[in-house]
Ligand binder design. Structure first.
Ligand code: HEC
Length: 153
């Protein structure tokens, strides 16, 4: 290897090591389910609750279960960004703090997103196969949302 290539190689390793020091504050709730959690606001069928927890809570709640790669930069940065952006749009842990109107709009958005296969994000599914929604799971969630909307009327 030429000296030049060696230097680039060693330089890259050094940069990789240095960026590991930058670690974000984690989105962890130690398994606590707050009283504002969506499961405390509605009677959610166990199946639907488990689907939301498995497929959505990592980015849309105050309790992410972090995979190992999320501790390694630069992945850590992208993971944290998804969580931040995801929670801003929709936070199942803070559902009870939303107005009725917002809850209703967000339920509709959930229905639309999953029907169109836009959530969970495909980059996430790549490493979380268990979070993929089958037709059957989508129907479970959609049926539940429609039952809530009927109650409202
Ligand atoms: C890997 C992180 C991640 C996962 C997992 C995930 N989302 Fe998202 N979600 C995001 C991000 C980031 C946004 C905001 C940017 C965008 O819309 O793409 C978002 C936006 C949304 C929105 C749009 C909100 C609005 O009002 O328009 C809805 C609804 C949503 N997600 C529902 C879900 C549901 C339901 C699941 C589970 C089936 C899920 N998401 C799983 C990251 C995620």
């Amino acid at each position: 290897m030429s000296l030049f290539i060696k230097r680039i190689f060693l330089g890259s390793i050094l940069i990789f090591l240095i960026i590991q020091v930058i670690q974000p504050v984690r989105n962890i709730d130690y398994g606590q389910v707050p009283s504002s959690d969506i499961s405390k606001v509605y009677k959610i069928p166990k199946k639907v609750q488990s689907i939301l927890r498995t497929s959505c809570y990592d980015c849309h709640s105050n309790g992410t279960s972090y995979p190992t790669y999320a501790y390694i930069q630069p992945f850590s940065y992208f993971v944290e960004n998804h969580i931040k952006e995801g929670k801003k749009e929709l936070n199942f842990s803070e559902w009870g703090l939303y107005s009725q109107r917002k809850q209703s709009n967000k339920l509709e958005a959930v229905e639309n997103q999953i029907k169109q296969g836009r959530m969970p994000l495909s980059s996430y599914l790549y490493l979380h196969h268990d979070a993929k929604l089958s037709e059957e799971k989508i129907k479970e969630v959609v049926d539940w949302i429609e039952s809530i909307h009927k109650e409202d009327r």
